[in-house]
Design a protein around this ligand. Sequence first.
Ligand code: FAD
Ligand code: NAD
Length: 470
Amino acid sequence: MADYQLVVIGAGPGGYVCALRAAQLGLKVACTESWRDPAGAPVLGGTCLNVGCIPSKALLDSSHLYQHISTGAARHGIHCAPPQLDVPTMLKRKDDIVKSLTDGIAALFRKHGVDWIQGHGRLLAPGWIEVSHGDKQSRVSAEQVVIATGSIPAAIPQATVNNQNIVDSTGALEFTEVPAELGIIGAGVIGLELGSVWARLGARVTLLEALPDLLPSVDRELSAVAQKSYRNQGLNLLLGATVSAAEDNQGVTVQYRQNDAVQQTHFNKLIVAVGRHPNTSGLGAAEVGLKLDARGFIQVDTLGRTNLPGVRAIGDVTGGPMLAHKASEEGVRIADSIAGRTITPLNHDHVPWVIYTWPELAWAGSTAEALQSRGIAFRSGAFPFFASGRAKAMGETTGMVKLLSDAQTDRLLGVHIFGPSASELIAEAVLAMEYEASSEDLARTIHAHPSLSEAVHEAALAVNDQALHI
Ligand code: FAD
Ligand code: NAD
């Protein structure tokens, strides 16, 4: 008999949720995790809790508050002395939040009876895992294995991360003072979020983006509105800029090419944020014959099954949207499937994306451009926040809600929001898409007044030219 019915390798939001769900369903479960916190203590939670979603949002919220007090309060008739910035306290607050959440996962493991095997897991064969902890090795056997080893920052040879003045996203969460000039290679999700943090705190931020368009997978109309807002906030977006060299010598000198001209500029700090790679390092993939695709992602079917019997994989290491909630939802479904329940495959189209700038940018489903290119006839309804009573009361009138629905069936096909609390507003539309609701269904739903959600309601009305407040 195997030691466990399920061993999960990796305790990020994919792995720890999978382990908890499987234990909830009565399976005997262990989870191996090798992450250590900056003090060297073993810790759960993976990228998301330790160096990703949570610490970045803690800094986004702190910097938003600082900016609001500095420049927003006076508009409400509240005059404050200029606020004093205390970056070490801001960082400590972030670290305390991370610790309380990662400790919380250890408590959840205890509560549900999940064994945490501290150390690095390596597949020896289907059903056999070797765990290395320091110089000690042990072996565990499992009826089923789920690989949830996540992802790591992508590197580029033109700008080698040295964790001094050239850093990746992890280093960018740890600046102990505000860099006067901050460069960021890559104007993707991380570049825009962490660029916003340091810009709000006073850095002059330049983003060097290789592509000619900002956020090419975002609806073009919303991307244009967002781009204008980011530029108004002082983010210096250089599109079509290819970095050829970055040298760290008391600050970073960066050479790049834009519009056929070679330019040189100097930053105090440089963040490299050019995407993330699947993490299969030291997993024993090649030795056991685990199939990876050309980009290094573990190949899985819609039930998360790899080519090896009894070995499944979830989360960032498998491709698709590299998002915590996608990893967690796969974790739940795969645990259900292992426990013998029937599951439906995850629809990647219904995974919401959010970029936590301010305003926030959130979307799910298809863009207008994607529908056009697929020849799908659709109707579009939009509502701007400047016409929302609640948004006006808040002083947050930038942006809009845009809904796309099928021209024949009226089923919702896409939702695109740039505006205050877009991360919260999008949930309603994702629910509607998941349950095949129509724009008419959303239009018939009563929304509280005054609330930002009325903008979603009005956009749904607008799909049939029935918006009332615009
Ligand atoms: P991970 O969270 O990467 O966890 C994998 C775990 O496996 C790690 O703990 C690792 O130590 C462990 N591991 C790896 N190999 C082994 C091994 N052989 N043995 C034992 N353990 C192993 N996503 C969002 O949805 N919302 C956000 O706001 C958001 N913000 C982000 C901000 C930043 C700065 C970054 C970098 C990422 C952000 N993400 C966000 C992405 C999100 O963090 C990832 O999509 C998510 O963490 C993926 O979960 P996962 O479980 O697949 O992998
Ligand atoms: P990204 O793919 O979002 O953006 C990377 C950007 O870098 C792209 O625009 C790309 O064109 C550009 N780029 C690539 N190589 C370049 C080069 N050599 N020079 C200049 N530009 C270059 O990746 P990211 O911002 O590193 O984030 C990684 C992933 O982490 C995201 O895609 C997302 O899945 C996840 N994440 C999610 C959130 C969130 O949900 N709010 C936040 C942070 C990270």
